[in-house]
Write a protein that binds this ligand. Structure first.
Ligand code: LR7
Ligand code: MN
Length: 473
């Protein structure tokens, strides 16, 4: 039978198809739903709990475990305990000190009686049919960690915005920031039907189901991670590298509120990411450190046990992960002397800088010059052996280009073969020659306090000389 009977283009999902699926309820595993919270608002927290109770088939729901991560808001004390005490299957566990989301979730996991652990954030809304696909998949394959499609609930109006278009997969950029991507062609071709699971290199982190036994086998979570951040990529790398699969089920939908600001500080995220990099990324961690020099200096504690876990489980290396699971991610070359800040010689302490208004729409804007800051990010560029000046901290990446008959440098999408207007020659003497126009990049004043790189006839002046610098000195 052809994989795509009535579809010309491999498509992903459609809700009506999902509704046709019949589940064998008697044989699906039961789940404990674990919801850790810290200082969450009353309505969002309760909505999460009620929506789980209302949309989960009784036979599949073992219990709902709420873990209070030492909140101090008044409404989460007596009042919450009273509200929950009347609800069937709901348990409330309280941490005796602030644990952070990793250890708070683990408190819930250790109390759980279900075969499957389903984690949710504390501001979610589950939908009819959300649970069955997740449990069905884990029943089919114990080493599958399965995420629902995450729908957007507006943080301001609570309007249920849903998910525009097809479900997306998770990735990351070389600053170790989580990113969303469209389902790649290779994955569409692998899928056996539009409602098959979609393999995803990484997960957003908050919403997923995993067999309790498999979660424990994989080493649950890195308990050295504090508060928030990094655990999602760490767990994603670990799942893949140690033999599991990470998937999104297009038939399972859960809404999530993306608040404008969290009710707590997220300053531990950097150390958590460094732990993930130190344990799982092998030599590729350098690409991360180049793009976030502060990370290299961040104290990250002891990761000996996590490295031992990796050895014990005989996990594959990061190179395998990149090549097999996430081949879409461009791996920078980072040749010594050809990455970092791109600084001008004549105009002291000014560097190439690119700051697109929207991180997800990075192309189309002009490259400027700004006081060198040495923090990577907007001032990180790489000169590649393909003659590109690549802006590759973010995903998708950008390449510096000059449009026909123009003199300004703008960001274009990079291509597999470098287009002529993106080719630059970085000469021995520091001149950057735009090959197509035979002109040199020069630092110039635009207004009283703003500077830009522009194409000018080559003169050999210091304002036409540039050098890469890895960090401030
Ligand atoms: O100290 C803390 N203790 C906690 O119990 C800090 C947080 N928490 C709880 C918190 O109340 C919430 O229930 O942990 C949960 C996650 O915290 P959020 O909701 O503030 O995080 P987020 O939704 O902004 O962030 C995403 O990335 C995080 C990385 O650490 C976690 O993995 C979150 O679970 C994750 N959320 C999602 O994946 C939902 C979809 C978002 C996207 C994209
Ligand atoms: Mn959240």
């Amino acid at each position: 039978m052809p994989a795509w009977p009535e579809l010309s283009m491999p498509e992903v999902c459609c809700i009506c198809r999902c509704k046709e699926v019949k589940y064998d309820y008697d044989h699906l595993p039961k789940t404990s739903v674990i919801i850790a919270f810290y200082n969450e608002a009353w309505s969002t927290l309760l909505r999460t709990v009620y929506s789980v109770l209302e949309t989960s088939p009784d036979i599949l729901l073992e219990e709902v475990i709420l873990v209070d991560d030492y909140s101090d808001r008044e409404h989460l004390k007596e009042r919450l305990a009273n509200e929950l005490s009347g609800l069937p299957k709901v348990r409330l566990i309280r941490a005796t000190k602030r644990e952070g989301l990793v250890r708070a979730r683990l408190l819930g996991a250790s109390a759980a009686k279900g075969d499957v652990l389903t984690f949710l954030d504390c501001h979610c809304e589950c939908h009819e049919g959300w649970l069955e696909p997740l449990l069905h998949r884990i029943h089919e394959k114990e080493s599958a960690v399965v995420c629902p499609v995450i729908d957007v609930i507006d943080w301001n109006t609570f309007e249920y915005l849903g998910n525009p278009g097809e479900p997306q997969i998770g990735g990351f950029d070389w600053r170790l920031v989580f990113t969303w991507h469209v389902v790649p062609e290779r994955e569409r071709l692998r899928m056996r039907s539009p409602i098959d699971v979609i393999r995803s290199p990484t997960m957003a982190g908050g919403l997923f189901a995993v067999s309790k036994k498999y979660f424990e086998y994989l080493g649950s979570y890195d308990t050295g991670m504090e508060v928030w951040g990094g655990e999602n990529l760490e767990f994603s790398f670990r799942i893949w590298q140690c033999g599991g699969t990470l998937e999104t089920h297009p038939c399972s939908h859960v809404g999530h509120v993306f608040p404008k600001q969290a009710p707590y500080s997220r300053n531990k995220a950097l150390a958590n990411s460094v732990r993930a990099a130190e344990v799982w990324m092998d030599e590729f961690k350098e690409l991360y450190y180049h793009r976030n020099p502060r990370a290299r200096l961040e104290p990250f504690g002891d990761v000996t046990e996590r490295r031992q876990l990796r050895a014990k489980l005989q996990c594959k290396d990061f190179k395998w992960f990149l090549e097999t699971v996430y081949p879409e991610l461009h791996v920078p070359e980072d040749r010594p002397g050809f990455f970092g800040m791109l600084q001008n010689k004549g105009l002291k302490n000014f560097c190439f800088d690119y700051n697109p208004p929207d991180e997800n729409q990075i192309t189309g804007h002009q490259v400027i010059l700004y006081t060198c800051h040495g923090m990577g990010q907007n001032q990180f560029f790489e000169y590649t052996s393909q003659m590109e000046i690549r802006y590759n901290t973010h995903q998708p990446e950008g390449c510096v280009a000059v449009e026909a008959d123009k003199d300004v440098l703008v960001m274009h999408p990079c291509q597999d073969t470098t287009p002529e207007n993106q080719k630059f020659i970085l000469q021995e003497d520091g001149a950057i020659l735009h090959q197509q126009s035979k002109k040199c990049v020069q630092a110039e004043k635009k207004a009283s306090d703003s500077f830009v790189p522009l194409l000018r006839d080559c003169t050999g002046s210091d304002r036409q000389k540039w050098f890469f610098k890895e960090r401030m000195s």
